[in-house]
Design a protein around this ligand. Sequence first.
Ligand SMILES: Nc1ncnc2c1ncn2[C@@H]1O[C@H](COP(=O)(O)OP(=O)(O)O)[C@@H](O)[C@H]1O
Ligand SMILES: [Mg+2]
Length: 376
Amino acid sequence: MPTEAGQRPHIRVLVVDDDVVDRIACRRAFAASPDIDFSMIEAETGREGLQLAREERPDCILLDYQLPDLDGLEFLTEITDDSGKPAYPVILLTGADSAAVAVTAMKRGAWDYIGKDTERRYLELLPGAIQRMLRERRLDEGKRQAEIALRQSQTQLRQLAAHLESVKEEERKRIAREIHDELGGLLTGIKAHVSVYLRRAARAGTPPDPLLTDAAGLADTALEAVRRVITDLRPSVLDQLGVWAALEWYAGQIEKRSGMQCTCRIDASAAAMELDAQRSTMLFRVVQEALTNVVRHADAGRVTIEAMCSDDVLTVEITDDGRGIADSGADKRESFGIIGMHERTRHFGGKLSITGTPGAGTRVLLRLPLETPHDE
Ligand SMILES: Nc1ncnc2c1ncn2[C@@H]1O[C@H](COP(=O)(O)OP(=O)(O)O)[C@@H](O)[C@H]1O
Ligand SMILES: [Mg+2]
């Protein structure tokens, strides 16, 4: 449709109508329209209309319902494309009393219908109806494009988030290894030197220098701190013994650190599952975040982790007896912990639900189908 400044918009209308008088009347109505420069393509039969639609690609079609070869519904079916909608916007011209036909046509994708009256007053409505239809179509198309763009950008963000997670995980492994090899090695060396000195002093019967005894104690504390930092970065048990052992170990850590009772029940059906490294990491990180949240926010006395597998769906449930997460907590925009749990799960085709009962506790339920490959 032309839009050059100062020019009237140009609309190409295909009129499919076997009544020549109606077509002439249409032409006159269009010519009289002050705002729009209509050009009209005419077809006398349905088949001719279909052919002209393909060749001329009009902006819209005015379709008489009763044609010698096809009826309006058949015509609509013929121009319906892969999206299930007519490839052109269509206004159906019906007999004045054919409301039922019009409704069916609208269901099949006609945009609008106008009843033909014997005095041909409907012609006055045509230019306005066509303009309205094209305007609405443009808005619809804009909305559709925006939705497509939004979906694309959501997918890209998801892929980026998943990529960042795996990069982060690798980076953690690397840092843990470096701290272990470099710092751990140095501290072990210092500790060994001091210990040799202390043993020699003991053998010679000289009292050891208290500063060096202190140094041995400090080296032990430093080694302990290094070990803690390393396991916080990436528990080696996860890589060495698998996710189930890692969860049991982590439950023990939580119990020790928080004083809260933390039980881990891995059903035999789950323990028998060999999860790949990526799913194992995902599961561990989701449970880790859930438990961190219980410690931080729940004010709970007890938390239970239960895992089981049935019908190729792995279920992991983390239940606490704390204050119960509020709906607003789970929906908060800045709830990055929870958003992360959802994203990690979704990336592997799983589902996560978090429900709270005020005063009774929170339940985090992760369901992971094991058949589906995850989206890379
Ligand atoms: N187990 C829980 N019990 C009660 N409230 C919770 C629990 N887990 C999460 N919440 C609430 O949900 C919010 C969002 O959690 P999260 O996304 O992990 O963010 P953060 O832990 O950084 O606050 C928390 O701030 C807290 O209010
Ligand atoms: Mg959190």
